[in-house]
Ligand binder design. Structure first.
Ligand code: 2AM
Ligand code: CA
Length: 267
């Protein structure tokens, strides 16, 4: 497999898709909801996913594709090459703010992340990484992350998890929030992974993410030495929804051991 060729191909697809998304702002957007009234999808999410899949199937017919909007393959194992795509991560932001959303793409071989991309479409910022060859913010090489204390850490977390919820003991999350330096919530898991990878956040936690939200970012995070697992500390499988944490080394263990108490359904 020539990963340099696939890398250049993926980058050019992503840039072309980003251009299409920016152009979409000149026309009305059709909004539907999926699992619930706040789970939004637009015609653009679907068009962009179909654009990627059409191209990839033509040029790499033996590769599999998992896409959030369901136009890809029904994948039961990650054997072979699998592209894991979210055409728009942060659809609610796309609809309400026209910013703070990203294209997220990870390319995996036998379950191992080889290439990862997060494209902040509005800023034309591409975060990308190739396994064992480092991570980049546009052309700038990202340095390895240093350790940090919780008292100096800024943590990405959605306020839903601070209220009583069915996944974790929220009182422990309240303690975490009191003891860190501050919290932020951007509404796109992919962007939050990019922010941890660049050191703008020190950790990001979510109780419910899907493979396409994190597949690209996990490759980038790993290249700068961030640790990403589910909230049981297990490695990510990228085949189903799961809990999620990515953090600087040291901080990852500290948060999991002291502040995350999972409820029965996630244990
Ligand atoms: P999306 O915009 O692609 O749906 C927002 O809190 C983050 O969680 C976004 O990355 C969003 O991705 C993701 N998200 C929202 N609803 C989700 C769901 N039902 N399952 C998994 N991830 C979800
Ligand atoms: Ca999406």
């Amino acid at each position: 497999m020539n990963w340099g060729v696939i890398d250049r191909y993926a980058k050019s697809l992503i840039k072309e898709a980003g251009h299409k998304i920016r152009m979409s702002f000149f026309n009305p957007i059709h909004i539907d909801s999926k699992a619930n009234a706040n789970d939004l999808v637009t015609n653009i999410d679907r068009e962009i996913e179909r654009f990627f899949i059409g191209r990839i199937k033509k040029d790499f017919p033996d590769h599999k594709i998992i896409g959030e909007e369901g136009f890809g393959d029904r994948v039961e194992t990650l054997e072979g090459v699998t592209w894991i795509l979210d055409p728009i991560d942060g659809t609610m932001n796309f609809v309400h703010q026209k910013r703070n959303f990203a294209i997220s793409l990870g390319i995996y071989v036998d379950g191992v992340g080889m290439l990862g991309y997060i494209y902040d479409v509005i800023h034309d910022d591409l975060y990308h990484a190739k396994k064992d060859e480092g991570a980049y913010f546009n052309d700038e090489r990202l340095p390895k992350l240093e350790k940090t204390l919780l008292s100096d850490a800024v943590i990405g977390i959605n306020a839903s998890w601070v209220a009583p919820n069915r996944h974790v003991d929220h009182e422990k999350v309240v303690e975490l929030i009191r003891e860190c330096r501050g919290t932020r919530s951007y509404g796109s898991a992919a962007m939050e992974l990019a922010y941890v990878s660049t050191g703008r956040l020190d950790a990001y936690i979510s109780m419910r993410l899907s493979p396409w939200d994190i597949a690209g970012g996990a490759v980038i995070a790993s290249e700068v030495g961030a640790i990403s697992t589910n909230l049981k500390g297990e490695r990510l499988r990228f085949l189903e929804q799961d809990t999620f944490i990515v953090a600087r080394p040291g901080l990852h263990d500290h948060i999991l051991s002291n502040y995350i108490r999972l409820k029965e359904r996630d244990v």
